[in-house]
Design a protein around this ligand. Structure first.
Ligand code: SAH
Ligand code: SF4
Ligand code: F3S
Length: 474
């Protein structure tokens, strides 16, 4: 439970805390983020709350008075990485007993007070809906008492908080438009760690997007576990704003602002969304449409609410309305009861769609989920590993083919900054989310340029600036 200190105590503590602060009179926090884009965006909300409370961010944990790990529980290895990281902080904590260490996010929510029992160096455990109580919990921890708040909320959307953009390139930014998830995919821990789905008021989303555009940002990604079920009802007028309407409103801010969104659940993405995309060239031609498996039997056990045939028809429909739209996916191999035949069906689905990008995982049983309680995790590790390799290999082939098809074509690219390899080259993405690297010329970060593709790898397109200002149709 949240602990609210009285003012006297807070003032007293501030004076004591001064002595051990490595950053001098200004306390510093270091935050490390694991997991999905929403979690990265949460870290920016956390940074905003801490900054308002007088803390400054640092990128060096040696300089921090407060180390925060914003964690993920989606697969077991995500949690293991955090446990290993906590192990590394033992020595620093021994040298500097005043240092506070907090575990935030999904692992905090899943493990609750167990985390304090199992990881002795942890002082703070805070779930995804409790970040507003950070200052109070820090005060409690500074007094030597471990602090925990893992209450989930049905309303919290942090709508009024302007995130402090961490490690930002000043061009792309995330905007969370909703929180939680009401689906109950049998393999997934998110409904337990993030709670019920709730949508953020559209006015606050539009305000944030406009502010970002005025600051020079040129691309926003609207985030939610299931963006197509975004729904806001005005409490006074009962007017409803759907995801398609929200998209149109954000797209109207400026034709120079690109809009992306993630994640679309195949069962929920509507024609309205597709038509809105078709009407607005600045809504990127890219949909992340996780299939999870190509086998209807497996999809049924996953509680995904669509089958392979239905998914194929959705892909056909997207291509009918948006012929140049790229699709990406998430795939889980080795889910409970997955046979060799099921696995082949996943490979066939990949051949059918030829995804532009894919995030591929082996199934990891998560305690408390429906699958953990009712199905045996019966695909042996070596079989999971082999199936994953096959899926990855096929995806690489598809990406390489898709990239080769672009050679000679001209793309409009939003410049994001220098390429990783060379300071003389810039990198940016086309509307389909493909990364393109090209010689810098006069181009600047945040500008739109036209680039002719001259070569590629399976991950990246290579090109040269083009004087033409008409992109090729894909
Ligand atoms: N809301 C998104 C997914 C969020 S989690 C959606 O519905 O598509 C991101 C991805 O992690 C999922 O799409 C799934 O492919 C993967 N994932 C989730 N739980 C998993 C588990 N127990 N084991 C392996 N991968 C998992
Ligand atoms: Fe998890 Fe399914 Fe919700 Fe995605 S839609 S977060 S996979 S329960
Ligand atoms: Fe991980 Fe939580 Fe995101 S479990 S994937 S950080 S919602």
């Amino acid at each position: 439970m949240a602990f609210v200190p009285n003012l006297e105590r807070e003032i007293g503590l501030a004076a004591v805390a001064e002595d051990h602060r490595v950053g001098g009179s200004t306390p510093r926090f270091y935050i490390e983020t694991y997991g999905c884009q929403m979690n990265f965006n949460d870290s920016e909300i956390i940074a905003a709350i801490l900054t308002k409370h007088g803390y400054h961010p640092t990128e060096d944990f040696h300089l921090a008075d407060l180390i925060l790990l914003n964690t993920c529980s989606i697969r077991e290895n995500a949690e293991q990485r955090v446990r290993a990281r906590l192990g590394e902080f033992h020595a620093i904590k021994r040298r500097r007993p005043g240092l506070l260490i907090g575990v935030l996010g999904c692992m905090a929510e899943r493990l609750k007070s167990k985390l304090l029992e199992e990881e002795h160096i942890v002082d703070l455990v805070i779930g995804p809906d409790a970040y507003r109580s950070l200052p109070a919990l820090i005060a409690q921890a500074e007094s030597g008492q471990k602090a925990i708040n893992v209450l989930l909320s049905r309303e919290e959307t942090y709508a009024d908080i302007s995130p402090v953009r961490l490690a930002s390139n000043g061009v792309n930014a995330f905007i969370s438009i909703m929180r939680g998830c009401n689906n109950m995919c049998s393999f997934c821990v998110v409904p337990f760690t993030r709670g019920r789905e709730r949508s953020r008021p559209p006015a606050s989303i539009l305000r944030e997007a406009r502010e970002l555009f005025d600051l020079g940002y040129r691309e926003v990604t609207l985030l939610g576990q299931n963006v197509d079920s975004y729904r806001w009802e005005d409490p006074a007028t009962h007017t409803v704003v759907t995801f398609a309407q929200l998209l149109a409103q954000v797209a109207a801010i400026s034709p120079k602002l690109r809009i992306r969104f993630s994640t679309s659940h195949p069962k929920d993405i509507t024609d309205d969304v597709l038509f809105t995309m078709a009407d607005h060239p600045n809504i990127c031609r890219y949909i992340h449409l996780p299939v999870q498996s190509g086998s209807s039997a497996v999809l049924q056990r996953m509680f995904r609410n669509y089958d392979a045939e239905w998914y194929r028809r959705k892909v056909d429909r997207i291509r009918e309305v948006l012929p140049d739209c790229a699709l990406s996916t998430d795939i889980i191999v080795g889910f409970c009861g997955e046979t060799e035949d099921d696995h082949q069906k996943t490979l066939e689905m990949m051949d059918y769609v030829r995804y532009h990008q894919a995030f591929m995982f082996r199934y990891s049983e998560r305690p408390g989920t429906y699958a953990a309680r009712h199905f045996a995790d019966d695909v042996p590790d070596d079989v999971k590993a082999r199936r994953l390799q096959e899926v990855i290999q096929l995806q690489n082939q598809h990406q390489l083919q898709r990239n080769r098809e672009q050679i000679g074509k001209i793309h409009e690219v939003l410049v994001e900054g220098p390429s990783r390899r060379s300071a003389n080259q810039l990198a940016g993405r086309n509307s389909q989310n493909q990364m393109i690297v090209f010689d810098a010329g006069q181009a600047r970060k945040g500008e739109y340029v036209f680039v002719q593709v001259t070569g590629c790898t399976s991950a990246t397109l290579l090109g040269t600036l083009s004087p033409t200002s008409t992109p090729s149709t894909n």
